[in-house]
Design a protein around this ligand. Sequence first.
Ligand code: ADP
Length: 650
Amino acid sequence: MFKKILIANRGEIACRVIKTARRMGIATVAVYSDADRDALHVEMADEAVHIGPPAAAESYLVAEKIIAACKATGAEAVHPGYGFLSERASFCEALEAEGIIFIGPKPKAIRAMGDKIESKKFANAASVSTVPGFLGVIEDAGHAERIAGEIGYPVMIKASAGGGGKGMRIAWDESEVRDGFERARSEAKSSFGDDRVFIEKYIVDPRHIEIQVLADGHGTALYLGERECSIQRRNQKVVEEAPSPFLDEVTRRAMGEQSVALARAVDYQSAGTVEFIVDRDRNFYFLEMNTRLQVEHPVTELVTGIDLVEQMIRVAAGEKLALSQADIRLDGWAIESRLYAEDPYRNFLPSIGRLTRYRPPAEGRSGAALVRNDTGVYEGAEISMYYDPMVAKLCTWARTRLEAIDAMSDALDGFTVDGIEHNVPFLASLMRHPRWREGRLSTGFIAEEYPEGFAPTMPMAEEAGILARIALSAHLIDATRRANHLDRLRPAQGLRRDWVVKIGDDYHALASDDAVATEWRPGEAVWHGTIDGRRVTAQLRPFANGMRIDWQGLSVRTRVFTPRHAELDALMPVKLPPDTSKMLLCPMPGLVVSISVSEGQEVKAGETLAVVEAMKMENVLRAERDLTIGSIRAKPGESLAVDAVIMEFA
Ligand code: ADP
């Protein structure tokens, strides 16, 4: 076994690999850029090597720097995590040439699976079911049209070198194929430097289900069940689970056996993932194979009890897998929620800043469930604009799917993150969504269920009742403590009476003796308690004269009044927020790339006003209606805070 390995990655996955290496008695080396000097993975590793400036292209993506770090520290092997250099065959070869072992598959397998057309040919040859399509060279738009006609509409045009959900378009008829083919080809050329595109059947309303495989260099290849990843936003996974609520034993075995056949066909030696889409009739079609550890691998670990990183390290060290297919049993249900630094209320725009508060729920047993949180941050850490905006991967495990969902709901309710915007409210509301709970999923779920994006909702009557009682309990605990401080001999008087809790603009009458039990103390952000026998976790944040309560994706402002005060409060004039409809505000902290209009110009709805860059993504800000530009306040090159005024309209 290795004595020392280097982790060529950052964030949660670097921390996750370090944990397993440490348990195995292997010393670890971290690498870090300027932006990651104080990062958790640097602190956790036994040694750390600085590899350059923040931009990944000048640090984490530079193979020579990783190799130099291995030599400087005597690391015998490299775990690449996911992303960065994990699927670069040339990186493995460069390591091999230096006698350093790559903890992953051989370069040949990475190459074979790295190209969509080539991998489909391999899959076909290994009798893996693929999406019906054409894998040859498409000469021109006319040719594309003939092929699409043969496949049958709708079709999908894909860049062979594409990835990360990019370079795909759907065509519903001949004119869309002609148009789409030309655009796809020029886009593929400019984005991936490779203009090969192919056409395949577009599967309507599919589910994304993938198989975890594990193979060694001694002829053993196994499948470790599936993960369903149908909860996606713009082809990016948000919530994953294992097993899939959709598969039966027969389909599971067929998908597993085909995945193993594919792994064998490319002499795969490591952990890998074979991705499929599955239609309503449980027909499944190979999409691609990811030749690395997958972000969502923890759910497989939770239902199989197998540490995938440990297995990868053992296989890379030349060991024979100590498992056989019969040893692989799926036990219970696991769910993963990806916590992103993004604003769910603003169309999920990226958010950056300092984590002024970061308190994940306790890991380990929670009642009959288990909680696991894979993270690379800590309270006080900075979420920068340079890297992936994922903050943590929160997982729960329980005997059944619904229990795992309820455990996730509770864990999300108790997850405190302040200082940045994040998607916890969205995830928490998803956990209550009836269609999600029933497991009726498709990759279109989020687009279908949240067509207008995610908006704050007002609580229903029963929910308002719970929120009102949380607010009142906090108020009474606070008031009792204050009363006791003021006069220790005459404890809290006048608290046992009728109260009115204002939630948003609504008033809820309550009596103080409502059945609430809690251990909450003033100042605590997380409120745990029991209301009518039901366990409730919520978060409380004080604001002027009141409490904001976050619970299950609801976020409300509450105030507690006596009935008389409530009557008077209702008479108070309403203060209107300032009118921002005549301004273009910067939707996230970012850099102004360009201003596309000039003062006095008339623009039509949909025209570009400005482009702002944040988190490596360019965001085009367009006119929402026909308007005339007034004064322009920001200049290209300027860094703006969220809600800074870019321009005013006349
Ligand atoms: P990438 O490598 O860019 O991630 P994939 O081929 O893995 O691309 O596809 C990503 C997602 O796009 C899938 O999870 C699925 O939601 C959708 N998708 C891809 N191919 C098809 C298809 N033929 N029909 C329907 N949806 C598809």
